[in-house]
Design a protein around this ligand. Structure first.
Ligand code: CLF
Ligand code: SF4
Length: 503
């Protein structure tokens, strides 16, 4: 069957065939949502963070309108974006609400797959309520087809639930790292509350109470809540299981456990004190432990506060203020085009599901007891293997076992191995970039790309990672299953999954 999705030029391409995790083991996969009421499915089906499947097809954007913050986290340096949703060490350009609204209309016109506008920093959106809500108000009035999304530390949340509801901000993320003030005192040195700086466990207690109250108020009003937690080994790792239980019991929709990234050069308290982040296995073990209680998000990319595009890509440079000023935007016309394109994407997803339902899958992919393998893939979106190894800036890692396939998470590589003849690294530089990729994939037994060059091919083989270009344009999960079969036939050596730090 020929299936069409949009490429970066927004023209339908015949390259894509499928999308998402069909195993139902990803907490936020569409299959895992069949039990949800229609009203909730409607809120989730095209939100790239709330649905793992949707993130192959739909994009989000953030506008950095909120500079101030009302608490201090030990993993934050105010020179950078709020680390509760963003990758540490990244600085976004601050916009006024008017500039932000203009940018949103420009992006929505140029990238019709963009369905969600989030405000996530660079400080705390609700410590800057006027700027945040002015931005939302403008978008609510001018672009009613865009979903609004907000991320907060929760301290000011109960004061703003009415406005959140009135502006139809249907998705709110609260970063909850603890429910015990003694644990909180190790994460938050102070909170700024009622014009006073309150330190230690006393301050953490206020923050926790406000977060929980805000969560309950949002749930009462039918607003979807995602909870982010930063996993800090030795501080809140065991404790997060209790956090997950509690937020689930109160009605949170999704839990996103993110790894602490603490680098001394970022100048954060944890970075300077040498607090380590979790390794890949610690992160996925904790996500698994929490998954018994909760839908888990595993596809978070810890975006910038001004991110634009599909999760994992950043098209912000296409929408700088000078470029936006030069654009002539007819949003009514854009909305019509967007509606048509969204209908095409949904038809495509329906066709995929129908196709998957027709394909008879064996109950077991291999005899019981066959060890699981981790397999990395490269994709530009659309749910297929369509990215060259040398162009990838991230790898998606899947784990496949006799019982099925599940998504483990993305692995970012700081530099593409080869981004074109002008900037392609050479000699030692190329070797260094490749070393970093091999390290990122050290727990994987195979990597599937649209194409793999000769040099990386032999380095991958030396590292006992089987490269393959045979699955180009295949649906991701089909390809992963196929490669698992090949590995079994070859009698591959199982990898040690206890690997280096995430990040
Ligand atoms: Fe942005 Fe966050 Fe809304 Fe998504 S991001 S405010 S819920 S629209 Fe998404 Fe980015 Fe992870 Fe956030 S991948 S950092 S979870
Ligand atoms: Fe930094 Fe965000 Fe924490 Fe505020 S809430 S201190 S901006 S990480």
């Amino acid at each position: 069957m020929e299936l069409k999705v949009l490429g970066q030029d927004n023209q339908p391409s015949a390259q894509a065939q499928a999308g998402g995790c069909s195993s139902g083991t990803c907490g936020s996969s569409e299959d895992g949502m069949n039990h949800l009421p229609d009203s909730v499915r409607e809120k989730v089906h095209n939100h790239p963070c709330y649905s793992e499947e949707a993130h192959h097809f739909y994009a989000r954007m953030h506008v950095a309108v909120a500079p101030a913050c009302n608490i201090q986290c030990h993993y934050c340096n105010r020179k950078y974006d709020c680390a509760n949703e963003s990758r540490p060490g990244v600085v976004s350009e601050l916009l006024s609400p008017d500039q932000a609204a203009k940018k949103v209309l420009a992006v929505a016109s140029e990238i019709p797959q963009m369905t969600v506008l989030g405000v996530a920093g660079p400080g705390d959106p609700l410590a800057n309520p006027e700027r945040t809500f002015e931005t939302f108000r403008e978008i609510y009035e001018k672009a009613p087809d865009i979903k609004l999304c907000l991320s907060t530390n929760g301290l000011a949340l109960p004061d703003h639930v009415d406005e959140i509801e009135a502006l139809k901000v249907d998705h709110v993320t609260i970063t909850i790292n603890c429910v015990d003030p003694e644990v909180g005192a190790k994460i938050y040195p102070w909170v700024f509350w009622k014009n006073r700086r309150i330190k230690g466990a006393k301050g953490a207690k206020i923050l926790i109470e406000r977060q929980q109250k805000g969560l309950e108020m949002l749930i009462e009003r039918g607003i979807l809540v995602k909870v982010n937690s930063v996993l800090i080994p030795g501080v809140n790792d065991e404790h997060l299981k209790e956090v997950s239980k509690i937020v689930k019991s109160k009605g949170a929709f999704l839990h996103n456990v993110m790894p602490l990234i603490a680098e001394a050069e970022h100048g954060t308290f944890y970075g300077v004190m040498g607090q380590r982040g979790p390794n890949k296995q610690e992160l996925s073990d904790l996500q698994d432990a929490c998954a018994g209680d909760m839908n888990m998000m595993r596809h978070c990319r810890q975006c910038r506060a001004d991110a634009v595009g599909l999760l994992g890509e950043d098209r912000g440079q296409e929408f700088t203020l000078d470029k936006i000023d030069a654009m002539d935007i007819d949003y009514d016309a854009a909305m019509e085009k967007r509606a048509n394109i969204h209908a095409g994407i949904e038809a495509h997803r329906d066709a995929l599901r129908a196709e998957q339902a027709e394909n008879e899958m064996p109950d077991l992919l291999a005899p019981v007891g066959t060890p699981p393998a981790r397999i990395a893939i490269t994709t530009k979106g659309g749910g297929v293997i369509n990215e060259h190894f040398g162009h990838a800036t991230e790898f998606l890692v899947y784990e496949v076992a006799p019982e099925g396939v599940r998504f483990i998470g993305p692995r970012k590589v700081e530099n593409a191995y080869c981004v074109g003849p002008d900037v392609c690294p050479s000699g030692d530089d190329k070797g260094t970039v490749l070393d970093a990729i091999l390290e990122a994939l050290s727990d994987c037994s195979a990597v599937l790309s649209a194409k793999v060059g000769i040099e990386p091919w032999s380095r991958l083989e030396d590292a006992r990672i089987t490269p393959s270009g045979e699955y180009a344009m295949d649906q991701i999960e089909d390809a992963v299953r196929g490669m698992y079969g090949e590995l079994i036939e070859q009698g591959w050596a199982v990898k040690d999954l206890n690997v280096q730090a995430v990040g």
